[in-house]
Design a protein around this ligand. Structure first.
Ligand code: HEM
Length: 410
């Protein structure tokens, strides 16, 4: 509704619950998002102290508002109420990465970790990304499953190379990371959270050994940079290195897998856009931005309200939580012209796909680089791109994408 309130005739609670919990909606949530955005762009859920925002301006404002952030470490330790009313398991404060912290703790860690994500360091990854893409595409020649053949191993190998995980250990870590990321889903079951915790513990054990090895033999990798990062005498503790490496590893992995999968699907569904980028390779960076807008790999972000705020004319008290539906806000017609059209020549792509404000994605430059390299290589090598049969979707909405997609490339 234009004034930002909910339309009484529309059952926003059930529409929102459907989009967040009904796995049959995952392949095509955008019609549901449109209904929610049109009828209830800022909605206070009946369950819990939860708001759901699907309008661009309000979502961006909330993500950037210093009065909003993460729950306190004490609240994480107590356990919280999930979107479906269930209690989320308590998380000890030592397990919290920068993603779950507020200033000043967040500012300190982000500043030290940013030293490992300088534009120079990311640009230095370009030849490595190209080499990995070439090898994988060579093996995929003719076709096969794009996810296991390219979209998954590319970011996994890139982030492993960047962190400094030896090639021989990468296969063993891949399924663990996949299990770990399930923990962030709004409706993860107790078994899935157990699985995520077990995977986290195993990766942690692995990293303890790797850090010890890097202390002895520093390299030019992210782990060595984190071990030696120093700001006015302040250093990251061993635990801070571990939880934030885990975050970088997990965040840099499935997100980019889905960017690649979504990109392929978008171009196959829109052959005229594929022809345009084929004819003019200078459109590649804009094309990747448009994929990020049109079909964002991360569909849900959110904040906890620390001080009373006003959101689109409604009073939101401290203690409430806000979910921002990124997939919906990226198609808000108030911000994007013809939002349901995939148009790689858009100039208005200020997308919220990497979040906004102090938690803005630290790996956005790397993700963009990977997307651009893959698109360039696919264009270079193959005239015809086809999807064979129906892709299988991963049953997840926060990190949304396909887990298997058979393709023909010729
Ligand atoms: C297309 C790929 C990617 C997408 C869509 C994505 C999305 C996001 C989003 C939405 C956030 C903000 C979360 C919030 O507001 O609370 C975020 C944060 C973050 N991302 Fe990414 N990401 C991607 C790739 C990567 C990569 C490749 C890395 C690392 C190599 C990475 C590392 C991080 C980190 C460390 C944060 C936390 C920053 C902070 O809390 O200050 N991401 N990402």
């Amino acid at each position: 509704m234009a004034d930002g309130s909910s339309d009484d005739a529309f059952d926003a609670d059930s529409a929102i619950l459907t989009v967040l919990t009904d796995r049959s909606v995952i392949p095509e949530p955008y019609g549901h998002y449109r209904d929610i955005r049109e009828h209830a762009p800022i909605h206070k859920a009946a369950i819990g102290k939860m708001w759901i925002v699907s309008s661009y301006d309000e979502a961006r404002a909330v993500l950037r508002d210093p009065r909003c952030g993460n729950p306190t470490p004490e609240a994480f330790e107590k356990g919280r109420t999930g979107i479906d009313g269930s209690t989320r398991r308590p998380r000890p404060r030592e397990s919290l990465s920068m993603l779950s912290l507020n200033p000043p703790g967040h500012t300190r860690i982000r500043s030290l970790v940013s030293r490992a994500f300088t534009p120079r360091r990311v640009e230095e990854m370009r030849p490595i990304v190209e080499e990995i893409a070439d090898e994988l595409l060579h093996a995929l020649d003719g076709g096969g499953d794009l996810v296991s053949g390219l979209a998954h191993p590319l970011p996994a190998n890139v982030i492993s190379a960047m962190v400094g995980v030896p090639s021989d250990d990468r296969e063993q870590l891949r399924p663990l990371i996949a299990d770990l990321t399930v923990g962030i889903e709004p409706t993860a079951s107790a078994e899935e959270i157990d699985m995520a915790d077990a995977a986290g513990s195993e990766i942690r054990r692995y990293l303890v050994d790797l850090i010890a090895e890097r202390r002895e033999n520093p390299g030019d990798d992210l782990l060595s940079v984190l071990i030696h990062a120093n700001e006015d005498g302040d250093r990251l503790t061993e635990n801070e290195i571990i939880v934030n490496t885990l975050l970088i590893y997990a965040a840099g992995f499935e997100t980019t897998t889905h960017l690649i999968g979504n990109m392929f699907r978008a171009f196959v569904a829109n052959p005229e856009q594929l022809a345009r980028v084929r004819a003019d390779r200078s459109l590649i960076p804009g094309a990747v931005e448009e994929v990020l807008r049109y079909d964002p790999p991360v569909q849900i972000d959110g904040r906890f309200v620390h001080e009373d705020i006003e959101m689109g004319g409604q009073a939101v008290p401290a203690g409430d939580s806000i979910i921002t539906l990124i997939g919906a806000v990226n198609r808000d017609p108030a911000h994007f012209e013809d939002p349901d059209m995939f148009d790689i020549t858009r100039v208005d792509t200020q997308v919220l796909s990497f979040g906004s404000g102090i938690h803005f994605c630290l790996g956005s430059a790397l993700a963009r680089l990977e997307g651009q390299v893959v698109l360039g290589k696919l264009l270079e090598r193959y005239e015809n791109w086809e999807i064979v049969g129906e892709p299988t979707w991963r049953p997840r909405i926060t990190l949304r994408g396909v887990e298997r997609m058979d393709v023909r490339l010729s």
